[in-house]
Design a protein around this ligand. Sequence first.
Ligand SMILES: NC(=O)c1ccc[n+]([C@@H]2O[C@H](COP(=O)([O-])OP(=O)(O)OC[C@H]3O[C@@H](n4cnc5c(N)ncnc54)[C@H](OP(=O)(O)O)[C@@H]3O)[C@@H](O)[C@H]2O)c1
Length: 490
Amino acid sequence: MNKDQLSSIMVIFGGTGDLTHRKLIPALYNLLNENKLPPSFAVVAIGRRDKTNEEYRKDLKEAAQKFSRFKIQEEKWADLEKRIYYYSLNFMDGEGYPDLEIYLRELENKYKTQGNRMYYLAVAPEYFEVIVGDLHKNQMTEKEGSWRRVVIEKPFGQDLESAQYLNHKITHAFSEENTYRIDHYLGKEMLQNIMVIRFANAFFEPIWNNKYIDHIQISSSEVVGVEERGGYYEKAGVLKDMLQNHMLQLLALTAMEPPVRLDTQSIRDEKVKVLKGLQQMSTEEVKANVIWGQYGAAGEIKGYREENRISPESNTETFMALKVQIENFRWSGVPFYIRTGKRMPTKSTEIIVQFKSMPKILYWQEYEDLQPNLLVIRVQPMEGVFMQFNAKQPGTETQVVPVQMDFCQNCHIGSNSPEAYERLLYDVMRGDSTLFTRWDEVEYSWRFIDTIAKVRKEMNIDFPNYEAGTWGPKKAQELLQKDGREWWNI
Ligand SMILES: NC(=O)c1ccc[n+]([C@@H]2O[C@H](COP(=O)([O-])OP(=O)(O)OC[C@H]3O[C@@H](n4cnc5c(N)ncnc54)[C@H](OP(=O)(O)O)[C@@H]3O)[C@@H](O)[C@H]2O)c1
């Protein structure tokens, strides 16, 4: 990669916020550490608070020391730090943008960034429209011979209608090509690895279909509760916080057809087809196939309703399990079970493919409890691939037992996978939007989610219905049991 193409100013709206401190600045440091940031690069971080550059840089250094995956080295930090500028602006005050433009131009001349800019909106979603609108009004969204890109954090809308409205506003100012909608799961190593595992190995792709696969489980669990995000989470719940974006992206990558090429459009085209193919459920089907949960207290651990900034009568769900079908030739008849929630026993995200069993003859006659073949793609925190198959236990008798092969990508010393935001920021700079969601992906996700949300709105569930530290409500187990299956907790 020619580093000139990366030359740019990163303008962060929300420079004093949590995301900037915990993710963006550590990611920039790690990119610098790996020699991926060009010298012609600077950051302008915008917040409302009064701060000098020195004060701001000191705050960032503390955050980087805490959250960076590489240890902070003084010399390298100094190199980054001197290129970070704090700019105080109330971005609701439209009058402030001309001065910001003058400030950015001065830095562009100083750092020879050729007018290239990444506007990163690390702010609450209700501000996306107003910031983009003001940038456009002040002719800051385009410049001949330069690139101007906008990065939008999740959530992108609250439902299909609000997402369409927001998209209309954004595309008025930035082309689709220059709009980078973040789903940070896509920046994770193992998500990028799903396509490699599927399409670069002869022994997976030929059996990746309804002839050989019994069902697929996609599971993402967190041990923590809502933490400090109560205000946001009360409105979103797990449906909008996890299912609409991360879980459907995992599903799309697992189920997509091989793209004709590895370019951005071809990959996104295939993902969209999966989302389009999701079976639209009737009200009765939603009631039967979607399970909702909210955690209650357990010992010292508070229940959701006792958490900070949560209503004591909250009806917001912190857990979901659902069964979905993809209506296409490859997947007809193969259920996908999705499960995600907070305050569960372990932190893990994985895709579990359970293969159909062999005909019930030979060993199956003798060992009725033979285990099915499983392929597990571990996404986080462990990264790797796990396989379970049957083999003979050494000995004079023929005893068949399940054995496991476990490839752990991040267990080895020296392997230090990049954080998702490193990859994503680097991709924005080099203009590669493959790991970001295209508008039609967002649109089809919301179409699917809106149907479920509509039914959910009419339902009154007796919350809390699972104890913190467990695998969700009993009904989640029953969802699979009634199909003769069970959740794998591997
Ligand atoms: N935090 C995460 O881990 C995380 C993860 C995924 C997605 N996100 C998304 O990232 C975005 C930012 O989240 P966050 O947690 O970083 O939020 P946050 O900590 O609440 O930060 C909000 C930022 O917006 C600034 N701000 C608010 N109103 C302003 C105004 N009128 N003028 C100028 N600045 C203003 C604040 O500046 P002042 O404080 O100086 O006023 C602050 O820098 C959200 O869309 C969120 O959904 C966050």
